[in-house]
Design a protein around this ligand. Structure first.
Ligand SMILES: *Cc1c(COP(=O)(O)O)cnc(C)c1O
Length: 684
């Protein structure tokens, strides 16, 4: 094989997205093009510098990476005998060059698929080719968020048309009402797993329907219904056309839940009774619910639902009321909408929330579906989310960990591996932290100069650096730190104990409240006491995410409880020695042990009846945030001994590194799914 052929093979599989050595090869081919295309290997290869390709040293490096790739692909699966899993999700966050995600749900799905590949689970993922991508964020002079969509051209990515047995492009058909719609699909190899993305952009379709799969969470409830018909029903038909065999269908969030009805249609067509068909579907399906936010659950009004589902319903042979009953808590509640989460709960044999606390919240949320049961008997468990460490761990950190402790990739979910952090000296650990902080500040300063709103920013490589980045959904309360602007300003004005904070995040284009939050933060970058110490990084994506989670000393998370189902960004920091400062919500009550970070305010109960009115809760949490910063976080960082080392802080870092990365890794999460959810439990 020539060097070029090997590079083509590497570029054609997203394995490179969690292997920096592979990315580095493509950067060397053409650094400008690589960077301009959000670090896209295929683009760099297309514009390759021939002299680099001809360099024997380069060829040798390609050989090495290529060998590692082949070994990975052919290696013995760690999860031998795992069930063949088909995983459905509306969004997938895999890499910044392919913006098929808006936030946590997509990132989690991407991390799940990558960890399934690492473990060798026979795994197929199904989603939509969101050609318009999630938007690029920029700002007008008033600091008001603007959005721009840059179309994804499949040719510039490792995407090829899915083909049938004869090698011909394959299509499947679904009906929207009486209107047939043809779908093609794109194949994206992701390590040892495969992702298929459905696409309605075909000549054969009416013009107005060709764009249906283009946009993520935009276009209103009716488009959402149509997209979900495509994902659930079209997705299963695609798997059939591809001849993908499945033991477990994993429904990741309610968007794809129509999949259950298509499975049922198949069974009914084979002559099973409805009861038999339902039981069979339930045996195949497991369902994960991700959000305690009521608006996060798709509900479809009766009239558009009946209209769009009509053809399919006739194929099912059900009456309108019989079909609607699958999406209603109370089947007899005439006029009540069809709820996708209810469908998922009714037709899956296992259901789970995404943290221990979230499981408890979900049981309360859906208790009314099981009126004959006590709260504890509501059949919703939990599998706590985790993150794909190879994706999120900075190259400097990867090098440090392997140099100190050996094969960190293989042992990343092993507590004994992380226990070795005990053996690192305070000095070395502090230099590790300072190096990562410095790399982030360089990145941030450079990013700032290219922003639509360049801000006054004076990075200080020795200052306590806090990060806050996530979707600007209002329940996440991004500006909570500035509730009392004078008290906040005092923290930044202290020149003996300098503080800097970096923000990033996108508001949904229709979320005025979220946009106002961003505008407020951008305005505060001009405050006389804060200026230079606060930076809003534009266009939050996976690259900015990676930089922030590796460089920040403290990760701030202050959602309004109990709306954070899990949260994952705080899980990405601990391998880098970053510390969580978080409300006791989502995953944090499981992670926090009193010595590996801080909790803002009271411990969690997760009891919905304890919730206080939002204004009251916000005020109390802001007060707790100030107190924790003033009395604990800032003093501990600056309590440095004669040699300049903050011993207590370093001890806290060590504790975080020992206790968190292995427990909140995606590998542990996928193993939990395999053991606790996918396994068919036999009655004792
Ligand atoms: C990790 C991550 C998220 C999810 O963050 P939460 O903590 O769950 O809010 C969203 N976007 C990007 C780019 C991320 O890296």
């Amino acid at each position: 094989m020539t060097t070029r052929t090997k590079l083509e093979a590497l570029a054609a599989n997203l394995w490179w997205s969690w292997n920096p050595e592979a990315q580095d090869l493509f950067r060397r081919l053409n650094a400008d093009v690589f960077t301009a295309h959000h670090r896209n290997p295929k683009a760099a290869l297309h514009a390759a510098d021939e002299t680099v390709l001809a360099d024997p040293g380069f060829a040798q490096d390609v050989d090495e990476v290529y060998d590692a790739f082949t070994q990975y692909m052919e290696g013995t699966p760690e999860a031998e005998g795992a069930p063949r899993t088909s995983y459905f999700c509306m969004e997938f966050g895999l890499h910044e060059s392919l913006p098929l995600y808006s936030g946590g749900l997509g990132i989690l799905a991407g991390d799940h698929a990558k960890a399934a590949s690492d473990l060798g689970v026979p795994f197929t993922a199904v989603g939509l080719l969101l050609r318009d991508g999630y938007f690029r964020q920029y700002f007008d002079e008033e600091g008001w968020q603007q959005d721009e969509h840059v179309a994804i051209n499949p040719d510039e990515h490792p995407l090829t048309r899915a083909v049938d047995g004869n090698g011909d492009p394959l299509t499947v058909t679904v009906h929207l009402g009486e209107q047939p719609l043809q779908l093609q699909a794109w194949h994206l190899p992701l390590g040892r797993t495969n992702l298929y993305l459905l696409d309605s952009d075909l000549e054969a379709n009416p013009k107005e329907l060709r764009s249906l799969t283009r946009k993520l969470y935009q276009g209103g409830n009716f488009v959402r219904l149509q997209q979900e018909i495509i994902l659930g029903i079209g997705g299963l038909r695609l798997l059939r056309a591809l001849d993908v065999q499945t033991d477990v269908y994993h429904l990741n969030e309610g968007h794809c839940a129509f999949l259950t009805l298509e499975l049922m249609r198949e069974q009914l067509a084979e002559g099973r009774t409805r009861a038999e068909a339902e039981a069979w579907v339930r045996e195949q399906c497991v369902f994960t619910t991700h959000t305690p936010v009521p608006a996060g659950h798709d509900r479809f009004k009766v009239q558009p639902f009946n209209q769009q589902m009509r053809h399919f319903r006739e194929q099912l042979g059900l009456s309108q009321d019989e079909l609607l009953a699958y999406g209603r808590t109370n089947p007899d509640a005439a006029g009540s909408p069809f709820t996708m989460t209810v469908l998922g709960l009714k037709l899956a044999r296992e259901a789970n929330g995404v943290s221990k606390l979230n499981g408890h919240v979900a049981r309360q949320q859906w208790h009314e579906m099981y009126p004959e049961r006590s709260l504890d008997e509501v059949p919703i468990g939990h599998v706590t989310n985790g993150v794909h460490l190879p994706t999120w761990t900075a190259p400097h950190a990867r090098a440090f960990l392997s140099q100190r402790f050996g094969n960190w990739l293989a042992r990343r979910d092993d507590p004994d591996f992380w226990a070795q952090v005990e053996d690192i000296s305070d000095e070395d650990l502090w230099h590790y932290r300072s190096t990562l902080r410095g790399l982030l500040l360089d990145f941030a300063a450079e990013h700032n100069t290219a922003q639509s709103l360049t801000q006054p920013f004076a990075p200080n490589p020795d200052a306590l650096t806090i990060g806050f980045a996530r979707r600007f959904a209002t329940y996440k309360r991004a500006p909570l730190l500035f509730t009392d602007i004078d008290r906040a300003a005092k923290l930044f004005a202290d020149t003996d104990r300098p503080l800097q904070i970096l923000y990033a995040g996108k508001a949904h284009p229709e979320d005025e409240g979220g946009k106002r939050f961003i505008q407020q933060i951008i305005e505060i970058t001009q405050h006389p006491d804060i200026q230079g110490h606060l930076l809003f990084l534009e266009n939050y994506n996976m690259e900015i995410g990676r930089m922030l989670v590796s460089g920040c000393d403290v990760w701030l998370n202050n959602p309004r409880r109990p709306y954070e189902a899990s949260g994952t960004s705080g899980q990405k920091i601990s391998a880098h020695g970053g510390l969580n400062l978080s409300i006791a919500d989502g995953w944090w009550p499981e992670g926090y042990n009193g010595a590996n970070g801080w909790v803002i305010g009271p411990e969690a109960t997760g009891d919905l009846k304890d919730a206080r009115p939002p204004e009251q809760q916000d005020r109390a949490d802001a007060e707790a945030l100030y107190t924790t910063l003033e009395e604990h976080v800032i003093p501990e960082f600056y309590d440095q001994d004669a040699e300049g080392y903050p011993r207590a802080w370093i001890a806290r870092m060590r504790e975080a590194m020992k206790t968190l990365p292995h427990a909140f890794s995606a590998k542990r999460m996928v193993k939990d799914y395999l053991q606790d959810v996918y396994q068919v439990k036999t009655e004792a």
